[in-house]
Write a protein that binds this ligand. Structure first.
Ligand code: ADP
Ligand code: MG
Length: 730
């Protein structure tokens, strides 16, 4: 059996199975072997029904028969009963109060039943046990129940028969059961298919970290004899995934560094004067970032840097210095021209705000600044009114961008359309970069023959392991310091009715004083994203109505949710920015990306459902207020201890990075960061909790790529990397 062999020719598949496998991307025997279990079911402690005694907590496997529903003898409460048989005997199972549970059971189906044995003597029964469909087959169950005999065990081993006590359970998939996977994988392994797969991990790396070979790891992960085998195999696959990704990132980085870029080295004195014109002095963190960036721009090879800093940490000023460095440089072929800079924002309002602040920063330098969005274009300065910007046609703006007249171009994703060409693009800045896909990032930086320097900026604090993994092709600079004199946002946890009333009183006082506020509706967990959007929108509409009618009838309540068109969203946010709305009710899917300094309060409903980093980002909306501001984290349902711990951390936290790390520990990466967008598997996600593993994988990858950039000596690895690239770029 060869790994490349199509599954359809190896196994008899029903159309449903074929469809389900296709959906999982499993087409060949090799794909099948690479489809890894999510966890294991162990039936080591399974009991036979014949051996049970009252009071014990037990797990039994068996089939139900003689299902009956009725009422309890004395109290007339609803009751269901059935017999559970497992081949050694049978025991009664009783469901009080919830007879519907019994009705969902099927006969001739093996179930796993866990609960406490009640009754006495010969009248034992299990009451209200937990019942799930068994992940193992009746044969597997029997094999393990009756395999108690040590002699048998030894002879089975001698014959090479695998009698598992750990059963691989595969990720939920509609149409293919874990049992099917176990069976199919066993067949492939028995036929030696796993030996025909080439190991993408170089031997010396495997040796250094004591990782099992691919063939061994496949056996261990699918058919482990012990949990420690399974763990060792998982570690190997986690390492392999992160390593492969890091190789890809290292290659990209290298390719970028090899392509010619413009050396942007403005006179130091000019930069100093530019910075001195800011109405504030830079924080130490800003100065460090500026120095690093200027050094990047002046050296050979294109910069590719991620600037991460909390909302309000002053990323714009840093970006402005970088833009200045570009604009103050003459292109090599034209002493009088200017190198151009492009600045991309996620929304029109942000682009407009950015355009206005660039006018302030560069007013005196005499450069021309353009704005391009899908709803129109502007230019500064205008010939008629040198102090203002004016509307111009898109065609005119594009001509001026193409001939180099416009030196700085600010815009939305309209910037990356094919029709936009630059004369001398030297620098690209992407604000709130997490909102653009990798592909979009790549497009913008490919606009010119020479590679422009790239500065990505993000206010989403992410843990270091994740930053290295998702943005590993970028260098990382943190702005971990806020400008001085900021008032700390007062954060309160709101749990009781009285606290809710007190919260409304504070918000009412703020609104009455002419301030504004946000109300964020709870996140709704729902696997289908379209459905989630609809549900969320519905709850926002209801909440807006309730708040308007019952709580704040005297104020103007606005509404923004994910079901609005982009134009509608822009309109609402514009109205909020213009203070035509006092209180904005919004879902979290609506990124309220505008800076409204007049907003001093934010209410976050269902706070326990948000990640800490996300809560922190929501709180950032009122962090720039000129007045004292408030954040209310509402958690009126009884959250568990973890929820309490998280919210208390949120209340006390100094910056977003600490929260992001804590989030990673408390909730795990899978919960926090959609894997769909990252192309990282569950196993890879688990690895993100292990900074040592990530750093080792990164170092090894960089060394390998430095030695052998096109992986000539590592064809199996090259093939894995190519697959990864497709995933990562989608
Ligand atoms: P963000 O990092 O969220 O993009 P901005 O660059 O918009 O933050 O800066 C937020 C506000 O802080 C702006 O009004 C800006 O003028 C101001 N600011 C930036 N740097 C400093 C500083 N070093 N000292 C005082 N205020 C600053
Ligand atoms: Mg910003």
């Amino acid at each position: 059996m060869q790994p490349a062999q199509p599954l359809a020719r190896t196994f008899r598949l029903t159309p449903l199975q074929q469809k389900a496998l296709g959906k999982l991307g499993i087409h060949t025997v090799g794909d099948l072997l690479r489809h890894l279990p999510a966890r294991y079911e162990t039936i080591e402690e399974v009991r036979s029904t014949a051996s049970l005694a009252a009071g014990e907590k037990v797990v039994v496997y068996g089939m139900f028969s003689q299902l009956e529903t009725g009422k309890t003898w004395k109290t007339k409460k609803p009751l269901a009963e059935a017999w559970l048989s497992d081949g050694t005997g049978r025991i009664k199972v009783r469901w009080f109060h919830q007879p519907y549970l019994a009705k969902m059971l099927q006969e001739q189906t093996l179930y796993k039943v866990s609960g406490t044995v009640s009754g006495s003597g010969g009248k034992l029964y299990l009451s209200n046990p937990e019942v799930t469909r068994a992940e193992i087959s009746a044969r597997e169950m029997e094999a393990s129940l009756f395999r108690r005999n040590a002699k048998e065990e030894i002879s089975a081993k001698a014959n090479g028969v695998h009698t598992p006590t750990l059963f691989a359970v595969y990720p939920e998939s509609h149409g293919v059961t874990s049992r099917w996977f176990r069976h199919a994988v066993a067949k492939a392994i028995a036929a030696g298919a796993h030996h025909a797969l080439e190991d993408p991990l170089p031997q010396e790396i495997r040796a250094r970290y004591r990782l099992p070979t691919l063939a061994t790891a496949l056996v261990w992960i699918h058919q482990p004899r012990t949990l420690s085998d399974a763990t060792a195999a998982r570690k190997r696959f986690a390492f392999e995934e992160i390593f492969t990704l890091q190789v890809l990132l290292a290659q990209k980085r290298r390719a970028r560094q090899l392509r010619p870029s413009l050396t942007l080295a403005p006179p130091k004195e000019a930069v100093r004067r530019f910075i001195a014109r800011f109405p504030f002095s830079l924080t130490r963190a800003q100065m460090r970032a500026v120095d690093t960036i200027l050094a990047d721009l002046a050296s050979e090879g294109a910069m590719a840097r991620l600037l991460e800093g909390d909302v309000g940490s002053g990323k714009t000023a840093v970006a402005a210095v970088a833009v200045f460095a570009a604009l103050a440089t003459a292109p090599p072929d034209n002493r009088w021209g200017r190198v151009q800079a492009a600045y991309m924002c996620p929304t029109e309002i942000l682009a407009r705000q950015q355009f206005e602040s660039f006018i302030e920063y560069f007013r005196e330098s005499g450069v021309r600044i353009g704005l391009i969005t899908s709803s129109g274009c502007r230019i500064f300065p205008s010939k008629v009114r040198p102090d203002e910007s004016v509307k111009i046609s898109r065609a005119q703006l594009l001509r001026w961008v193409a001939d180099g007249t416009v030196a700085a171009l600010v815009g939305t994703h309209a910037l990356i359309q094919k029709s936009v060409t630059f004369k001398n693009l030297g620098l690209v800045i992407i604000d709130e970069q997490h909102r653009f896909g990798t592909l979009q990032r790549a497009t913008l930086t490919r606009k010119d023959q020479r590679v422009p320097h790239l500065l990505s900026m993000s206010a989403t604090p992410i843990p270091r392991t994740l930053a290295l993994t998702l943005y590993g092709d970028l260098d990382l600079t943190l702005l971990d310091e806020l400008p001085p004199g900021r008032k700390k946002v007062i954060t309160r946890l709101v749990r009781t009715k009285e606290e809710v009333e007190a919260m409304y009183a504070v918000v009412r006082r703020e609104l009455a004083a002419g301030r504004q506020a946000y109300l964020i509706c709870p996140r709704i967990e729902e696997p289908d994203p379209q459905k989630a959007l609809a549900l969320q929108a519905k709850s926002a509409v209801e909440e807006a109505r309730r708040i308007q009618e019952k709580v704040f009838p005297e104020f103007r309540v606005g509404l923004a949710h994910g079901k609005l068109t982009p134009a509608e969203k822009e309109a609402v946010m514009r109205a909020f920015a213009a203070h035509e709305i006092d209180l904005l009710v919004a879902t979290s899917v609506v990124e309220v990306g505008v800076n409204v300094p007049n907003a001093t309060a934010i209410i976050i409903e269902g706070a326990e459902r948000f990640g800490l980093a996300q809560l922190h980002q929501l709180r950032g909306r009122v962090m720039r207020a000129a007045h004292q501001s408030y954040c209310f984290a509402v958690c009126t349902t009884r959250g568990g201890a973890t929820a309490q711990k998280r919210l208390t951390a949120f209340q006390k936290a100094k910056n977003g990075f600490a929260l992001a790390e804590l989030d990673l520990q408390l909730r795990g990466p899978g919960e926090l960061y959609g894997r769909a967008q990252s192309g990282i598997s569950d196993i890879g996600m688990e690895a993100l909790q292990n900074i040592k593993l990530v750093e080792a994988a990164r170092t090894e990858a960089q060394q390998l790529v430095a030695r052998d950039p096109s992986l000539n000596a590592y064809p199996a690895l090259a093939a894995r990397v190519a697959e990864k690239e497709i995933l990562h770029m989608e």
